[in-house]
Design a protein around this ligand. Structure first.
Ligand SMILES: NC(=O)c1ccc[n+]([C@@H]2O[C@H](COP(=O)([O-])OP(=O)(O)OC[C@H]3O[C@@H](n4cnc5c(N)ncnc54)[C@H](OP(=O)(O)O)[C@@H]3O)[C@@H](O)[C@H]2O)c1
Length: 418
């Protein structure tokens, strides 16, 4: 049956009851490829919540790079992971704001009607790591809406009760849906993994992207100084507004990017460019950066290791340009630098980070809000690096600007061409 896009914001079932089917953007193994084609609208049966699970009516969903990877089936297909073999489809979406609609057995903290945002870390409560170490260390750990199906690009989503956080009431539905995955990741990278403190100096790659806009704000809130790397003047202006000390346009240092397969002469020329870049960073910050915030990977990692201060840290959560990293290890050991891997955040970190949003100390940075029909286009724009900050999708919310019930700072609305 064809899905009527005009009806996506209407749900006739009352909280506590689920309709039989829902509209969902679905990726299937046979159509992995460009986001514009991989996502297709389908009518899917609404899942029932199991023990300690909750079904949430999605009011708005946030767009993340992970579903650019899921659409492409690269670097790996999502279909062998999580609950995909059971269902055979992928409903992506790892950020949402919404309303608790039905709770499963054992859920006591949440009830139908509660307004929530959702963090994307799942793990089995039976794994000992969840209780004594960190849920991110659990063998069952998965990212909801990427390594699992039943994500937020649908009228309803199924999550573990521990994923729910109170929705900041100072935000609209679309603002509240936009920040979780990237902000909570940046929070763990800087606050917990690197113990960011006042006076620290930080170099942030992709500073006007999803992770970057929050890394910049966290530095400003902590009293640390950061320089952000961007690829246009308008992105530079945005990060200055967010509290960066300065920005560097990476197009001025195109020669420093590691491409792979270089000749020794090309390696030498690249290193000269990395040295010139590191000098510029040092001049801005007054010293080499204590912390380098990495997610670009192959292209920038050799520069990151070189540019970090002696005894400094390179914290990394992704390898967008390639995940086989090579670099001159002498720059690491001789100067006793540390590389720290980091992945999303645990529920406690998400809760603490969410409080800063409620207090208006960290603000979502929303570039564009699209209707439900916008899911494929939003991911295509992200793949082509045409966005700033974040993109939100209206699902249950019939229009933008709804849901804000408390005063306080809302999102910063980033504008292209501003
Ligand atoms: N492990 C985790 O928990 C986790 C969590 C969140 C995200 N991630 C991953 O982290 C990566 C970034 O996510 P995001 O949401 O921040 O994406 P995003 O919104 O696309 O931002 C990434 C930024 O990286 C910069 N960039 C792209 N290509 C580059 C290149 N060749 N050299 C230097 N900079 C480049 C771009 O900025 P400029 O063009 O302005 O330089 C872009 O704004 C993705 O791979 C994502 O899957 C991982």
């Amino acid at each position: 049956m064809a899905v009527d896009l005009n009806q996506v914001s209407n749900v006739e079932a009352q909280p506590g009851e689920l309709p039989r089917t829902m509209a969902a953007w679905v990726i299937r193994p046979e159509r992995e490829g460009e986001p514009l084609e991989a996502f297709q609208l389908e009518e899917i049966e609404v899942p029932e919540p199991g023990a300690f699970e909750v079904v949430v009516r999605v009011m708005a969903a946030g767009v993340n790079y992970n579903n650019v990877w899921a659409a492409q089936g690269k670097p790996v297909s999502v279909f062998p992971y999580g609950d995909h073999p059971e269902w055979g489809h992928h409903i992506g979406g790892s950020d949402a704001s919404g309303i608790v609609w039905k709770v499963g057995p054992g859920v006591t903290r949440w009830a139908p009607g509660d307004e929530v945002v959702i963090h994307c870390n799942q793990a089995s409560y039976e794994d000992p790591e969840v209780h004594g170490l960190d849920p991110l260390a659990a063998p069952s750990q998965l990212i909801w809406g990427y390594e699992t199906t039943w994500g937020s690009f649908a009228q309803f989503t199924k999550v573990q009760a521990q994923q729910l956080l109170p929705r900041p009431q100072n935000l609209t539905w679309e603002e509240a849906a936009s920040y979780g995955l990237v902000y909570f990741t940046a929070y763990r990278m800087l606050i917990d993994q690197c113990e960011l403190k006042a006076g620290d100096t930080v170099l942030i790659w992709g500073a006007a992207g999803g992770l970057g806009v929050f890394a910049v704000q966290l530095c400003a809130a902590a009293g640390a100084e950061c320089v952000g790397v961007v690829s246009s003047e308008e992105k530079g202006r945005l990060i200055m507004q967010l509290g960066a000390k300065a920005f560097i346009n990476r197009n001025d240092y195109a020669g420093m990017m590691r491409r792979g397969g270089e000749t020794p002469e090309q390696e030498k020329a690249r290193f000269q460019e990395s040295r010139r870049f590191a000098k510029a960073v040092k001049e801005i910050l007054g010293e080499a950066p204590e912390i380098v915030f990495e997610h670009v990977g192959k292209a920038t990692f050799p520069t990151s290791v070189f540019a970090a201060k002696p005894f400094g840290k390179v914290v990394i959560c992704a390898g967008t340009t390639g995940y086989h990293l090579d670099f001159d290890v002498r720059h690491l050991w001789m100067r006793q630098k540390r590389i720290i891997g980091s992945h999303f955040a645990n529920a406690y970190e998400c809760m603490k980070a969410n409080e800063l949003i409620e207090q208006g100390k960290i603000r979502p940075v929303l570039w564009r809000t699209m209707g439900f029909e916008g899911v494929p286009e939003a991911h295509q724009l992200m793949k082509e690096n045409k966005h700033l900050g974040k993109i939100s999708i209206l699902v249950g919310a019939p229009e933008q600007g709804l849901g804000k019930t408390a005063p306080g700072a809302g999102a910063i609305h980033a504008e292209v061409g501003a």
